[in-house]
Design a protein. Structure first.
Length: 223
């Protein structure tokens, strides 16, 4: 059981998915967003949902955000708000701060601010963030935006006994393999030489259309 308290600042698709998943895993989660509608929609799924401006230090103090162990700033549509949220979390003395970056320049700024835990859709992906935050529990699926997701899929039979290099899944199916699951074993850094065996499941990143095509192949028994 993870007894850490998490604060999620910003309720875009990523922030909402992360907050709900952490809550479902049993963690205490405080979410903050300036949109009343988003707060109302998530209120029953997390510990505490507050409508507030994340760039307002006094507002964050008043809701007790300083008591969380981990803060995740998932705002990228407004870089100024993202940066102010990071600075405010530092001011509050929060030990572990994660921030999403929407490009390399934004990432460099966050690193300059002293944020060691910076992630982006092109790099870490939500699945790895949740994995690191919750000590090893993988998500079943995480929607990054309306077009891309990170999902657990069953291997096709035609993949059995072949290495990732041989399969070339990125070119053939448009997916990137983030991790390989087999029973209780988790390979979070698969090598090109690693082979897929019967019963293996993959955590993959790809467009929803490409992922759905693999699922269709599996359901039709063509894999």
């Amino acid at each position: 059981m993870n007894d850490k308290q998490f604060g999620v600042l910003g309720l875009g698709r990523f922030g909402e998915s992360l907050a709900v998943t952490l809550s479902e895993l049993g963690a205490e989660v405080i979410v903050v967003d300036k949109s009343e509608e988003k707060i109302q929609n998530i209120a029953n799924q997390v510990t505490y949902a507050v409508q507030a401006d994340v760039s307002d230090l006094n507002a964050l103090k008043s809701i007790g955000l300083k008591n969380v162990d981990v803060a995740v700033i998932s705002i990228t549509s407004d870089i100024n708000s993202n940066i102010m949220a990071v600075i405010n979390c530092q001011e509050l003395g929060i030990k572990e701060i994660y921030s999403k970056a929407n490009n390399r320049q934004h990432e460099k700024v966050l690193l300059k601010l002293g944020v060691e835990n910076v992630f982006s859709p092109e790099k870490d992906m939500g699945i790895n963030v949740a994995h690191r935050l919750y000590q090893g529990d993988f998500l079943q699926a995480l929607e990054l935006d309306s077009n891309y997701s990170i999902v657990e899929v069953e291997s096709l039979k035609s993949w059995y006994g072949k290495s990732l290099d041989e399969l070339d899944l990125r070119s053939r199916y448009g997916i990137n393999v983030v991790a390989i699951l087999h029973g209780d074993d988790i390979n979070i850094a698969p090598l090109p030489s690693d082979k897929i065996t019967e019963g293996s499941k993959l955590i993959v990143l790809g467009s929803n259309s490409d992922i759905n095509e693999i699922k269709r192949l599996k359901n039709r028994g063509r894999g």
